[in-house]
Design a protein around this ligand. Structure first.
Ligand code: ITT
Length: 184
């Protein structure tokens, strides 16, 4: 089975590909720009995107909407993570947290699958923002996100290690379990 992953982010595709390979599902990247609305939750952003795309492209597909939520910043950047990554970047986030003891943060991911109907799967991982960048793997905020219980950032882990604990890994797990049940 082949599955289209609609995203502009090759790092996400790499993670999904590694995840689904063992299940015999081939994931391929489809780049279609879709509107990411301003909303309070990742679910709303993902649902709007999926319904917009479903009117324009044929067949089944999925997308992923994720965000980094920093406790000391009341959840910012959250649903604005893509914009903040492009503008403030990692350095901007480190500056905002400069001198703060409370560096708790979490990632959330919503995977939205369309097969004529909408199916949502989500995941979350808690951790903290490090004071400096560590590692060169992964993408986005990975060099400064250290999951709870680990001494390495996501950027210091292999894709397989990150997938086992990450927000996206959990959402993909729920998605793949659903697929196993529903594609019989
Ligand atoms: P899409 O085309 O799939 O939307 P995107 O990179 O804009 O790609 P999101 O809006 O879901 O994706 O992501 C919001 C931001 O959070 C973006 O800057 C990502 O780089 C970052 N991000 C998402 N997942 C991440 C992860 O697993 N590790 C580090 N940063 C992540």
């Amino acid at each position: 089975m082949r599955l289209a992953f609609i995203t502009s982010n090759p790092g996400k595709v790499e993670e999904a590909r590694k995840y689904f390979r063992s299940l015999g599902i081939k994931v391929y990247q489809l780049r279609v720009d879709y509107p990411e609305i301003q909303a309070d939750t990742l679910e709303e952003v993902a649902e709007y995107g999926v319904r917009w795309l479903a009117e324009r492209i044929d067949g089944r597909f999925f997308l992923d909407d994720s965000g980094l939520f920093i406790e000391a910043l009341w959840g910012f950047p959250g649903v604005y993570s893509a914009y903040v990554y492009k503008t403030l970047g990692i350095d901007g986030i480190l500056k905002l947290l400069d001198g703060l003891a409370d560096r708790r943060a979490h990632f959330e991911s919503v995977v939205a699958y369309w097969d004529g109907e909408l199916h949502l799967f989500s995941g979350r991982v808690d951790g903290e923002i490090t004071t400096e960048r560590h590692g060169s793997g992964g993408f986005g905020f990975d060099p400064v996100f250290k999951p709870t219980g680990f001494e390495r950032t996501f950027a210091e882990m292999t894709t397989e290690e990150k997938n086992k604990i990450s927000h996206r890994g959990q959402a993909l797990k729920a998605f793949s379990e659903w697929l196993k049940e529903n594609l019989k």
